[in-house]
Design a protein around this ligand. Structure first.
Ligand SMILES: NC(=O)c1ccc[n+]([C@@H]2O[C@H](COP(=O)([O-])OP(=O)(O)OC[C@H]3O[C@@H](n4cnc5c(N)ncnc54)[C@H](OP(=O)(O)O)[C@@H]3O)[C@@H](O)[C@H]2O)c1
Length: 281
């Protein structure tokens, strides 16, 4: 698996597998085992997904050694403030039966994320986490945090797909050495993503599916995509993106699809902030 090198020297796979909304425990464990078998090494879970134990079971069962895997979790808002965040990461380690995480992110930029970030910095220094970062930090909050952090985030995991390309946001992340990860690269199939004629025409030229075109486009933009599927043949397809290269002309055609707006919600909208902060996790 090709890798990117994070701002602290840690190497991370160039594409990852996510388990958001895979709630059934047995299905989640099997999906992670299938994903590892298909070639994935980066697995992305979160405290709020309620499946850390199920992912941990797959890590215990696979024959792939722990050090070849790259395991990410995220701290939910209800665990923010220094002490609670620190304890929650230790609890997540216990749930997953792990000695360390490769990456821990703050899931959302709301409430006491500074306290929670200090906890990640300390866990990093104590060797419990190999890299720390954030998620859903749009440029204003990201820059604010980078200017105050002792350890600049290694990662910012944000929504990126062909309809919400985050070109300006990526520039701000790169200015501070923060690697962008893309969540929901398929926008969970919204906006007829999987039947888009422009993507279909491009895919036909390379004998690749629309999903592969999207993931390859992200990799070529130096963004690490996280894709979810519970179907093994789709996992195999979604990781099989390293044997072709989209031409500059095709990259431009995809760039023209940008609508510069979320397929889900805006983190700048006060009603969204209320909604996310009110979610019971
Ligand atoms: N940080 C955050 O706030 C945040 C938010 C959302 C997501 N994430 C992360 O990003 C990961 C991916 O995002 P997501 O799960 O929301 O959505 P996604 O990966 O954009 O889309 C998943 C959907 O696409 C389908 N699919 C997958 N591969 C396909 C293929 N090759 N052809 C056709 N359909 C395909 C899946 O169906 P099947 O499963 O039936 O194949 C599923 O319905 C998550 O699992 C999570 O790790 C993070």
């Amino acid at each position: 698996m090709e890798t990117v090198t994070l701002n602290n020297g840690v190497k991370m796979p160039k594409a990852g597998f996510g388990v958001f909304q895979v709630k059934d425990e047995a299905q989640c464990t099997q999906s992670v085992l299938d994903a590892i078998d298909a070639g994935y090494r980066l697995i992305d879970t979160a405290q709020s997904y309620g499946n850390e134990e199920a992912v941990g079971k797959a890590i215990a069962q696979t024959s792939v050694p722990r050090e070849e895997l790259f395991i990410t979790t995220k701290v939910w808002i209800s665990n923010y403030r220094y002490e609670k965040a620190k304890q929650s990461v230790l609890d997540s380690l216990k749930k997953m039966n792990l000695e360390y995480f490769d990456l821990v992110l703050l899931h959302q930029p709301f409430k006491d994320y500074y306290g929670a970030y200090r906890a990640l910095e300390d866990l990093y220094k104590e060797g419990k986490i190999r890299a720390i970062g954030v998620s859903n930090f749009y440029p204003d909050r990201l820059v604010d945090l980078c200017l105050d952090a002792q350890i600049v985030p290694a990662i910012n995991q944000i929504e990126v797909n062909v309809f919400n390309q985050q070109i300006e946001a990526q520039k701000w992340n790169e200015k501070y050495g923060v690697q962008v990860e893309a969540w929901a690269p398929f926008a969970e199939g919204r906006n007829n993503m999987f039947t888009n004629p422009v993507l279909q025409e491009i895919g036909d030229q390379y004998h690749k599916s629309i999903a592969q075109v999207i993931l390859r486009w992200l990799v070529q933009r130096n963004i690490v995509p996280l894709a979810k599927s519970v179907k093994k043949e789709r996992m195999e397809q979604n990781i099989d993106i390293f044997d072709f290269e989209l031409s500059e002309a095709d990259m431009k055609k995809i760039e023209a699809l940008d609508e510069k707006k979320s397929s889900f919600f805006s983190h700048y909208d006060p009603a969204t902030v209320e909604m996310i902060c009110g979610l019971k996790r």
